[in-house]
Each structure stands twice: as structure tokens, then as C-alpha cells.
Design a protein around this ligand. Sequence first.
Ligand SMILES: *Cc1c(COP(=O)(O)O)cnc(C)c1O
Length: 380
Amino acid sequence: ALAADWVVSSYDQHAQRNGDTGAAASEAQAVDLLRQLLHWPEHWTGLCVTGATMANYVGMALARQWYGKQHGRDVAVDGVWGLPPMTVFAGASHSSTSKALSMAGIGHGQLHALPLLPGREALDVAALERALVAHGDVPCTVVASAGTVNTVDFDDLAAIAALKARHPFWLHVDAAFGGIAAASDKYRGLLAGIEAADSVTVDAHKWLNVPYDCALTYTAHLPLQLEVFQNRSAYLPAPLAVEDNYLHLAPENSRRFRALPLWMTLLAYGREGHAELVERNCASAQRLGELLGGDPLFRLVAPVRLNVVCFTLANGDAAALQRLHKALHEDGTAYLSPSVLDGQPMLRAALCNWRTTDADVEQTYAALKRLATAAVHPSP
Ligand SMILES: *Cc1c(COP(=O)(O)O)cnc(C)c1O
């Protein structure tokens, strides 16, 4: 992927029209290869954008266009003016969903966070159904998480998808890094039901280890995407086969050939390589979870579901936890992000690098133990 990224800069080909350039053709292939790797539906189309935030933006722009249609309005032409606000339901959605709603003119004030299952970050689907009914069963949007950024919890996509038969909503799934779990048969079940999604986000620059910046947006509604993103100009006419020209489907007009690193990594490592990466990271996370969970200095604040370990100091001392985070940062053994779960500060070890092995986990644990001891008992 890194070598491909260098080629991309040297070659400097923009990725716009399939047929004109190898860049767009390779992008079409990469998008389809990833779809196959994750066992996602054949009828989905997709393209590369700069990150999951941008992919979420595309999803929200499509939801907005669909919502307008439900009211007899072509929002791409006439704007949202005068339409009733579109409600967006979600569980523990990523902050970028709010940002995407702001950018799309839907407004992050329309985002309603619904109750989560007890002790989980997964949406309570019964609460979602009650909310849909209470909302009067008018068209709206549901943003599902696969998975959440703190504890990598997955909304029950199959149960949410089943609600689509009875309630009118656009289903967007944010699978920024959790989506890659589907590369492993062991974890694929976490994403069961995703085939019912109307739009989907997945990052390539996270678990796929492609250099920044690269993510993908998929949809089952290519015509809506064309309505939203079609570029109208005399010198860049709409081609006959619109799906062959990213100019009319992507937020960007000029586009970096960012699909090449993705294409390269997919072909280089294939199904086996990506399953191995996912399973190795998850096994290492389990190992780190066992080490921290078995040590009286630490306490896990969530079960290790996938590749993330959330923990805090057993004594619950928030100031000591802060000292530990700072000391670890300065020590440089590992980078852990500070976060908050259920109002309590914690540290979050997210394992997604292709080079990470159990040896790194042992080293990280040893550093954590050494630095936590010092943080809990600071020298006067
Ligand atoms: C990281 C992440 C995002 C944002 O991704 P960027 O690629 O940084 O824009 C969105 N959603 C989820 C669930 C994420 O983990």
C-alpha cells in the first residue's frame, strides 16, 4: 500500500472517468474487491473518499435526497427549504455523524440518541421501534453503528433491518473500522443484516492499513447519488454511463488516485491475509485484556469484543489515570487514547496495525504496569 501511495504521487493521475484512465478503472476494481472481501451485496456501488467523515457525509446527503423525494421534492434542485425537519435516530453514533448532518444541512440538532442496551453501547432496537411509532411513522433516518469507537459494540443490524418492512426510514451504517471485521469468518456475523443498508461507510486508512487518506462510501441507490453529486458544466458533460464517471458521483471533482494503495493491499494480502490481520489484532486485544483484567492495578470497563481494550485504574483515581496517560505518552511504548465511558474516564487501546503482535502487547502491558505503579504512588 505504501509503495502504491508513492506511485500515486509520481503518476499524479486524477481518478475521474472510467475508460479514460487506469486510475478510475482501478478504483472500480478496488471498490468491488473490498465489497467481495466483506461479503457485501453485489448491487451496491461505491467509491473512494478521503475518510469516514466524508463517507458519512455522502450517506447523509443521500438520505436527505431520499427524504425530499418522500415529500415530492428534489432537494438537489430546490434545497431543503420549507420541508419538515428530518429526524435522525441513532444509538452511540460517532461524532462525525453530527458533523456530517451539519455539513448536509440536515442539522445535528435533528440527531436523537436513543437508549442503549444495559451495559452496552449497542442501540436498544425495541426503543428504536417505539421511537419510530411515536414519531408518527413519517420518513426519517436511522444511523447504525458497526461498531462503536469506544468498545467496538455493534448495533443489531438484522433487527434494525427487519424494522424497515414496517417503518419508512433510510438506513445508514457507519462501519468505519468495524466493517473490516467481516473479512474474517469468525467475526462476519457481527455485521449480519448490513445488506439492508441504504448507505454504508467503511474506512481503508484504519484497519486496512492503507495510508491516509482513504475511505469508501457504498450505496444501494446510485440514481440518488447521481442526482446529488452530478456536475453540470459545458466542458464536463454527463456521460452516458454515469456510473463510469466519478465526477458525477463523488463530492470531489478532481480526485487523487487514492484507490491504488487499496487495490494493491487487497491483491497483495487477499482474503487470507486480511482475515489473519483481523484475527491477530483481536487475539492480541484479548491477550492485553487478560493481562490487564488479571492485574489488581487495573480494571476492564468493557469486555474485549474485538480489537479494542477499555480499562481504567482499579482504584478509580481519575488524576492518577491522567498521570498514567501522560507518562505513557512520554515513554512512547504505545499510544492509548483517553476516553470516557458512562461518565468514567478510561484508556482505550485500539489494535489495528498490521505489525502489532503479542510481543507488543506484552511490552505495552509491562510499561503500563510500571507507569501505573508510579502514577498511583507519585513521588512527593
Ligand atoms: C474513525 C471513525 C470515523 C471518522 O473517520 P475518519 O476517517 O477519521 O473521517 C467515523 N466513524 C467511526 C465509527 C470511526 O471509527
